[in-house]
Design a protein around this ligand. Structure first.
Ligand SMILES: Cc1cc2nc3c(=O)[nH]c(=O)nc-3n(C[C@H](O)[C@H](O)[C@H](O)COP(=O)(O)OP(=O)(O)OC[C@H]3O[C@@H](n4cnc5c(N)ncnc54)[C@H](O)[C@@H]3O)c2cc1C
Length: 616
């Protein structure tokens, strides 16, 4: 019987991240994953990053994770989302070649001597005295710690029109039950659902009718040790198309054939990732929706039309796709479908993602009711690092929600019963002015140092932090006289007044109308100081937001005090001043403190105001 210290079931985005970090501690790691699916495969949108998610990838990268390295290697189009908005909500997004991503994941995992990859299907798991016994279709394994990352496979069922098949995703078997241990794990009463759009033959699209979106050479690669702007792969364009009244009408008149709306699918989908049916029926007045036409890979002949995921019958998918300008002759190579699956109740997990009722058992990824590769990878890292740390008798690694999006997500999961798939977005954080992409290295450095891994990454980070502190001091101490030719250059008409006195570089960077990054770059150039663009960005944006962040920190301190305040949930749930929906949620979670109440999904600010007013 083969034994591992840590076994991970599932080689998806959560599984490989868990295995990769755990193996850094010299423990024996096994990944047991179904045959026929490559490591880190992307069953849906072939992209990494995006709003709130780009931050997670950079946090992972600073912590020594895998996702940023793989996304750079497989990246075929780079963009910054929200680039017209503030730096805090800007996020990088990379279109990936999905085959290449998986090939790179296989290559990288194969180079790590402590990891064994087993391609077998797990059919039963039993709890034993010193861990778990895992039964696959072929043999039995023993492990001290077990991390479950089985994605959408738990009792998975696929739907296209009235056709229903058992499966974890198209072409894959489901995981049925997983045996006696799993009978005791609490799953949510409702199932979750996600869907994917039809894939289109790239040769049948008329690109002249679509808006081209080329790759942006100025977006920095994710991995901090990679050359910032040198790409590993050929860069290609994505395209923008739009639905129209005819598209939406085809979907609307076929409502009774939609599994999501005729009662066939009972699972709950993500509100923030709606299918084209959701858009058609929920927003009957809106006919124009963006459809991003994105390549799935350099050598693949399919394009992924983002924004029109569907489980409608094949003939309707064909009709609505062909109603879109530029797609009149489109041939569908793979039809869209939805998958329904079981998820566990994450309120039974601790902040290390260990199950509170079953020690040494961890859960990460889509099986926890989240949606998205980045969310899965972030959880995989936390489960993997903590399984390894506790095995070695070391302190756990818990990221604060105040300092990271990964921390926000884990705390949200552990504090709340989900009633819909969880996605990260910037509004989930109370501190989003601070938890930005540009300063992820600074934010993660104390956590990464706590692991004492001392690799090239740690050496790079120490050097970066020292240089950061030096440049911050330089900005405080260097005064620019009002007569400097630079001041004249920076001042537009009407602004000259504001720069009419001697100021420190820090004060200049805070001027509202100046782009802090370009300004610092020019100022440093003028003073003959050469530093990396990464450092310039981090310092310039930190200076710009300094005042806001101090204000938000003092608000946070006040909120932290309030969070500890005891509340009477029985009394609150009987209050007529609180909506029925909020009262139901309060009765289900039974929060003892204001902090717990605040974290309950769906609790409205008005409810918080009523409770706070009573308590103060
Ligand atoms: C149809 C579909 C549509 C999706 N749409 C979106 C979307 O629009 N946006 C989005 O962000 N995300 C979407 N996703 C979700 C995205 O795929 C996941 O968020 C991400 O892959 C989750 O990573 P994971 O590691 O948790 O699970 P997965 O990547 O699914 O990996 C699970 C792994 O577990 C293995 N496994 C399962 N059961 C067993 C077993 N019994 N024995 C051995 N191995 C097992 C599987 O082989 C697989 O490798 C979609 C997924 C699907 C299937």
């Amino acid at each position: 019987m083969q034994t591992f210290d840590i076994t991970i079931i599932g080689g998806g985005h959560a599984g490989i991240e868990a295995a990769h970090i755990a193996a850094q501690f010299g423990v024996r790691v096994g990944i047991i994953t179904m045959p026929g699916i490559g490591l880190g495969s992307a069953p849906c949108n072939p992209s990494v990053g995006g709003v709130g998610k780009g931050q997670v990838v950079r946090e992972l990268d600073a912590l020594g994770g895998l996702m940023g390295i793989l996304a750079d290697k497989a990246g075929i189009q780079f963009r910054t989302l929200n680039d017209s908005k503030g730096f805090a909500v800007q996020s990088s997004r990379v279109q990936i070649d999905k085959d290449l991503y998986s090939i790179e994941a296989e290559k990288l995992i194969a180079t790590i001597s402590g990891i064994v990859v087993v391609r077998e299907k797990v059919i039963e798991i039993k709890s034993i005295d010193e861990g778990f016994e895992i039964f696959t279709t072929e043999r039995t394994y023993r492990t001290k710690k077990l991390i479950m990352t089985v994605g959408t496979f738990l009792n998975g069922k696929l739907h296209t029109g009235s056709t229903q098949t058992q499966g974890g995703r198209v072409g894959c078997e489901p995981s049925l039950g997983l045996g006696s241990l799993f009978c005791e794990i609490k799953t949510l009463p409702m199932r979750f659902k996600t869907g994917t759009p039809p894939r289109i033959d790239k040769a049948t699209i008329d690109y002249t009718k679509l808006e081209e979106q080329p790759s942006d050479a100025s977006v920095r690669n994710f991995h901090c040790l990679h050359e910032p702007f040198v790409r590993f792969s050929e860069q290609v364009s994505c395209y923008l198309a739009r639905t129209n009244p005819e598209t939406m009408n085809i979907i609307r008149v076929n409502k009774e054939r939609s599994p999501m709306f005729n009662g066939q699918i009972k699972g709950v989908g993500a509100r923030y990732c709606p299918s084209i049916e959701d858009k058609a029926y929920r927003y009957p007045d809106k006919n124009v929706h963006h459809v991003f036409i994105e390549p799935e890979g350099l050598n693949l002949n399919t394009m992924y039309p983002s924004g029109i995921s569907s489980s409608l019958p094949k003939d309707i998918q064909q009709d609505y796709v062909r109603s879109i300008e530029g797609l009149e002759k489109a041939e569908i190579l793979v039809y869209g479908y939805a998958v329904e699956y079981d998820v566990i109740d994450t309120t039974e997990l601790s902040l290390t993602l260990e199950h509170t009722q079953f020690p040494n058992l961890y859960f990460a990824g889509q099986v926890n009711g989240t949606s998205g590769y980045e969310e899965a990878a972030g959880q995989g890292y936390i489960a993997g690092v903590n399984a390894a740390l506790t095995l070695l008798g070391l302190d756990p690694l818990i990221l604060s929600r105040h300092e990271s999006y990964i921390g926000v997500m884990i705390e949200d999961l552990a504090s709340n019963t989900r009633d819909e798939p969880y996605r990260l977005f910037t509004a989930r954080s109370e501190n989003r002015l601070f938890i930005r992409e540009d300063n992820s290295l600074l934010r993660m450095f104390p956590y990464r140092s706590q692991l004492h891994l001392n690799t090239a990454l740690d050496a790079y980070q120490r050097k970066f932090i020292n240089a950061y502190e030096e440049l911050m001091s330089f900005c405080d101490e260097t005064m620019i006289p009002e007569t400097s030719p630079l001041i004249l250059e920076f001042s537009g008409e009407g602004d000259l007044q504001k720069l009419s006195k001697r100021m420190s570089v820090t004060e200049i960077l805070k001027q509202a109308w100046l782009n802090p990054v370009l300004t610092l770059e020019r100022l440093l150039g003028y003073h003959g100081v050469t530093v990396s663009l990464d450092l310039i960005r981090t310092v310039a944006i930190s200076k710009k937001y300094d005042g806001y962040i101090k204000r938000s920190e003092s608000q946070f301190e006040r909120l932290k005090k309030m969070d500890g305040m005891k509340i009477d949930w029985v009394g609150i749930s009987a209050s007529k001043n609180i909506s029925f929906e909020c009262r139901q949620r309060i009765i289900r979670i039974k929060p003892d403190t204001f902090g717990q109440l605040k974290l309950i999904e769906g609790i409205r600010p008005a409810t918080l105001a009523v409770v706070a007013a009573k308590a103060l």
